[in-house]
Design a protein around this ligand. Sequence first.
Ligand code: ZN
Length: 279
Amino acid sequence: MIPISTEIEDIFRPAQLREDEYLEENGLIYCSKCHTARQKRIEVSGRTIEPRCMCACQTASYDQREQERKHREFLDMVERNRSVGLTDPVLRKHTFENDLGYNTKQMGMAKRYVENWDEFRKTSTGLLLWGNVGTGKSYIAGCIANALLDKGVPVMMTNFARLLNKLTDLHSGDRNAYIDSFNTYQLLIIDDLGVERNSEFAREQVFGVIDSRYRSQLPMIVTTNLSLKKLQNPGDLARSRIYDRVLERCMPIRVSEQNIRDLNKKANLEQAKRLLRDT
Ligand SMILES: [Zn+2]
């Protein structure tokens, strides 16, 4: 005969009454705080057993602890994703909360992109932020990256110069695997399309990155100093097959009203002047 383990035998022993419990008229143990059962009665192979269970207040406190644990796990995951996806620490300061109020219209569109992310993700629609140097395109892209990371979406933000350096260092056989590895991120943001070295190798690698993303049906956000006109008519086939894919998947947004770097310099100078006057 197979011996029954002591744990199983325990089920058949009468439960001990604890300090915060009482015995109800039905013979089951109840919680003296919430007055719900801490014991249930069930039939098992002709025998009645009365195993313990959680009362309402124990269940509520268990649920709350679980919720807190899950929230901590979520925050840890967000931080891990942020440290992998935003390798440049400056990008972590690019948030809607830190926004100084430039490019109000474009910032509004960036916020709506984040709010409607599920829809954009489904239709693999990205953004093309284009305009002159120093107008805040990377800032806007960074805000989108941080806001989506906060929602738990894995985002990678990099730039073409860094990508090309990495691809140049890799053996040709490893390049495709490296490029395809970006498809583990729900959103890929690449800064500065068009500043890559004017070589066949560079153009081929940029095409590889854009084409892999295009085929993955995952959205990308691209920033560029090139004008929309230049992107539509680059003048050579190698570039047009890159830009055509970007234009097919990314909604163009012009960011060029003001030169933010100049505005910041001016603001800093004005602040310095004020400080000098005050002392
Ligand atoms: Zn209770």
